[in-house]
Design a protein around this ligand. Sequence first.
Ligand code: BTN
Length: 260
Amino acid sequence: MKILDKLKNIIAKNKIIGAEIIQKNVVDSTNELAKTLAKNGAADGTVIITEEQTGGKGRLDRKFFSPRDKGLWFSIILRPKCLPNDAPKFTLMAAAAIACAMKRFNLRAEIKWPNDIMYSGRKLVGILTEMSAEVSRVNFIVVGIGINVNIERAEFPENIRDVAASLSEMNGGNLNRAEVFNAVLEEFDRLYNQKSFSEVFKIWREYNITLGKNINVIEADSGEIFTGKAIDIANDGALIADIGGELKTFYAGDVSIRTK
Ligand code: BTN
């Protein structure tokens, strides 16, 4: 059963996000399809969702496991009037929207900077934000969201079994994917239509599990590993950490939280 077949009666009348939804059975990657559609003029808020991805992409050129009928694999095209530096804030917006959507199902999100939602130290949700921009103008942003909804532990490939989790595990039973999808789109639409990012930051802070923790950061550009303490999140979504007594700002990278 296609996700949207179940959604017909409950899909929100969102202002922008999901006003247009394109559903596929199988694609390589919804982010790739979204970028092509955006280049051809697809409207702000267009959502592309698929039952299965054969080449799901994660950050830093990783693969993203996206099996048929088990999760929500979708991308949202955004056309905000903003500078390229503001793009990371839409990743935070996605994480905040998902946290609010999970709350509706009595599930508490744990957001790890910048864009992973975790359960028991394992990843439930991944977000991959891509952009087409000029120096002073964003053409479009694609926010790709992968939510493991009803995947049993044994169904994950062995190499990610210890680092991946599913909402069903957290919930103690399967969830209706259409309802989860609908909740995420409604929450995203609500945040996207606000004039400022202040609520996004408030929600992000409320659910984050990074700030105040001892962390290792692998900086995306250099690949260098830094050890320190996560202090704050900057107005542009960057992570500020105390590294050996000096504050350092990270714009992209992989964080692991140290227990000591
Ligand atoms: C990550 O955790 O590294 C980011 C994963 C992002 C996965 C989603 S699934 C929908 C969209 N299409 C993709 O190819 N990737 C994103």
